[in-house]
Every structure is written in structure tokens, then in C-alpha cells.
Design a protein around this ligand. Structure first.
Ligand code: ADP
Ligand code: MG
Length: 324
């Protein structure tokens, strides 16, 4: 980057409100020094957002920053981990201070909310892209993985599904809505998803497997099925749809198909053994997040969509960045 790289780092990234006691040395040295609590495992995840692929280059930097950090925190949530630290590799065509100021506004608002400290990173020149690595703690052996599920376990999702895809369609001009308020609400859902951090932690001793929905329920549930060697049935009429999605797509089957394939939802999909079903509600009561049972795991492979006990032959495609 330009000669004022260090000024930029000092001005925008070194000053932050979060100051954790498990960070003896943060930004400014060759490495950060970090302390993992005794009895915890460190959960680490990296995600990249590239302009033109994951967001439009002229998108509001506040929202881009939120989305970048939220998608990373969502991965920690899906492991049942408590977020602690983040590092940021930022590539920009040129030092764009107004853009940086807004980016930091969105980034630190969410980081402060979850008490996540920015502990380092890299700043380079090139096409706009953002790579974050988040670190969190999970008590030894209690992480929610993708391979712990068994046949007979029930499949749950948090929140509502489909809003993110609807918001993206509005954003890309693929859907004309007369109701501008509705359009803005859906776009806001697409960008400003709240990672289900508390929910993930609450599910540690309840769920047998979990992941976050980044590529669409059907596609992501497929990962649990593969890792656990199982099949699934989903009862489509149980899928949780928001009133806004129903207003966006009045045709019920189309709305359900959006819910099944909508990526970047950052809701959790998790599985629960029969004996833990009663514990789900109790575990989530304090989080303010709803969970809906949408199906069940079976022996075999693949996903069957059911309505009133009968299979549906809907052809669905999970969201795939390389499909276009
Ligand atoms: P080095 O040359 O040793 O890689 P850098 O000049 O890249 O060091 O970075 C100096 C310090 O600033 C390091 O502590 C690094 O972690 C931090 N840093 C650089 N860019 C960022 C960024 N975008 N966000 C947070 N910290 C950063
Ligand atoms: Mg560097």
C-alpha cells in the first residue's frame, strides 16, 4: 500500500473500544499475542468477501463491514463458540478514507456488540476484498460439529428463511416492488443479518450437529448428511417464512423454494436427538430467537421434500458462487 499505510492502520484500526484481558499484545507488532483460557478449545474460521462476487463495489461500506464480520461470527456461532478475536486482511485499489471510515463504523459496531477485539491484519493494494479470520472459545469437547447427528434426530432452523434471497433480488433489480418500505426491509435483512451467537452457545449440550446457513438450507443440510452418513426429510409447510417474504412472493410454493435455497441467511440449522427436544425451547428462551422443527434425519442419503406425507419433485439449486 501507499507510504501512509501505517498512518491508515493507526488511524482506523488501532483505536478501538474493545480491550480484552486475553490480548496482551494487539495491533502494532509483528504478531499479536493471545491467551486461550484453560479448558477451552480455540475455534478458528476465515471468510473472504470480494467486490463484484459477494457485494457490489459501490455498496454501503457500513453494510459491507457488517456482512463480512457477521458471516464470520456466524461460523463461530455454528460451532457453539464464544467470539473473542478477529484479524482483517483488507485489499483496496487506493487508500479511500471516506470508505474506510464507514467500513470501520460498521465493523466496530458489531465487534463491540460481541466484545470481539481486532488483533491484527494486513493492508494491501489491489481489487477491493475483505478477508477476516475470527477466533472463539468453546469448552473442551463441546463444539457443535457437522458429523455428530444420528438417524431419528429432528432438524431445526432458527429465525425465518428466504428474506436474504428476496433482499438480494431487490438489490440486483430482479424484483420490482411497489412497496418501497418492504423493499428496504428485505435489503436490510440481506445485509444486516444478526449472527446467532448466543443461540449457538445455548445449543452446546442440546444439538447433535449444527451449521450456519450460508449457501441455502438444502445445500447446507447436505453437509450434515454427508458428514453424518444420513438422509433427511423436510416438511416444506413447516418452513418458517416472514410476513415480508410472503408479501414479496405471494405464491406459496415459490416462497417456500426461496426459503429452501436462500443463501447468506446466517440462521442456524441444527439437529436434536428425541430425548433433547424438550430442552430446545428452554435453551433458547433467553436468546429471543425462535427455532422451528422442519424435518427429521433418516438412514440413507439425500433430501426428500414432503407435503402431507407425499414427496415433492421440486428441482432446487443451492446458491453456488461458481455457478454463474
Ligand atoms: P508486517 O510488515 O510485519 O506484516 P504490517 O505493516 O503489515 O506488518 O502491519 C503492522 C501492524 O498492523 C501489524 O500488527 C498488523 O497486524 C497490523 N495491521 C495491518 N493491517 C491491518 C488491518 N487491516 N487491520 C488490523 N490490523 C492491521
Ligand atoms: Mg503485513
Amino acid at each position: 500500500m501507499a507510504s501512509n499505510e501505517f498512518d491508515l492502520i493507526a488511524q482506523y484500526f488501532e483505536r478501538q473500544a474493545v480491550n480484552r484481558s486475553d490480548v496482551p499484545l494487539a495491533i502494532g507488532d509483528d504478531c499479536a499475542l493471545l491467551e486461550v483460557p484453560v479448558g477451552s478449545q480455540l475455534a478458528v474460521s476465515t471468510d473472504s468477501l470480494v467486490a463484484g462476487t459477494h457485494f457490489l463495489a459501490d455498496a454501503d461500506p457500513v453494510r459491507v463491514a457488517h456482512k463480512a464480520l457477521a458471516s464470520n461470527l456466524s461460523d463461530l456461532a455454528a460451532m457453539g463458540a464464544t467470539p473473542a478475536w478477529v484479524s482483517l486482511a483488507l485489499t483496496m485499489p487506493e487508500p479511500d478514507e471516506p470508505w474506510l471510515a464507514k467500513f470501520c463504523e460498521g465493523f466496530f459496531a458489531l465487534a463491540e456488540y460481541y466484545n470481539v477485539q481486532l488483533v491484527g491484519g494486513d493492508t494491501t493494494k489491489g481489487p477491493l476484498s475483505i478477508t477476516l479470520t475470527v477466533h472463539g472459545f468453546v469448552p473442551q469437547g463441546q463444539a457443535l460439529t457437522r458429523y455428530g447427528a444420528s438417524s431419528g434426530d429432528w432438524i431445526y432452523v432458527t429465525g425465518n428463511l428466504g428474506d436474504s434471497a428476496a433482499g438480494l433480488a431487490v438489490l440486483l433489480g430482479q424484483a420490482e416492488l411497489e412497496d418501497k418500505q418492504l423493499a428496504e426491509t428485505l435489503v436490510e435483512r440481506h445485509f444486516m443479518a444478526q449472527p446467532r451467537v448466543l443461540t449457538g452457545q445455548a445449543l452446546r449440550k442440546v444439538a447433535s450437529a449444527a451449521l450456519d446457513i450460508s449457501d441455502g438450507l438444502v445445500s447446507d443440510l447436505g453437509h450434515i448428511l454427508k458428514r453424518s452418513g444420513l438422509a433427511a426429510v423436510i416438511e416444506v409447510d413447516k418452513l418458517p417464512l416472514s410476513p415480508e417474504l410472503k408479501a414479496f412472493e405471494p405464491l406459496q410454493d415459490k416462497a417456500l423454494q426461496l426459503a429452501l435455497t436462500s443463501g447468506e441467511e446466517y440462521e442456524l440449522c441444527f439437529t436434536v436427538p428425541e430425548q433433547n427436544r424438550g430442552a430446545v425451547e428452554t435453551a433458547l428462551a433467553h436468546t429471543g430467537v425462535s427455532a422451528t422443527c422442519v424435518g427429521q434425519l433418516r438412514p440413507g442419503s439425500g433430501i426428500t421434500l414432503l407435503r402431507d406425507g407425499n414427496p415433492l419433485d421440486w428441482q432446487l439449486q443451492g446458491y453456488d458462487h461458481f455457478a454463474e
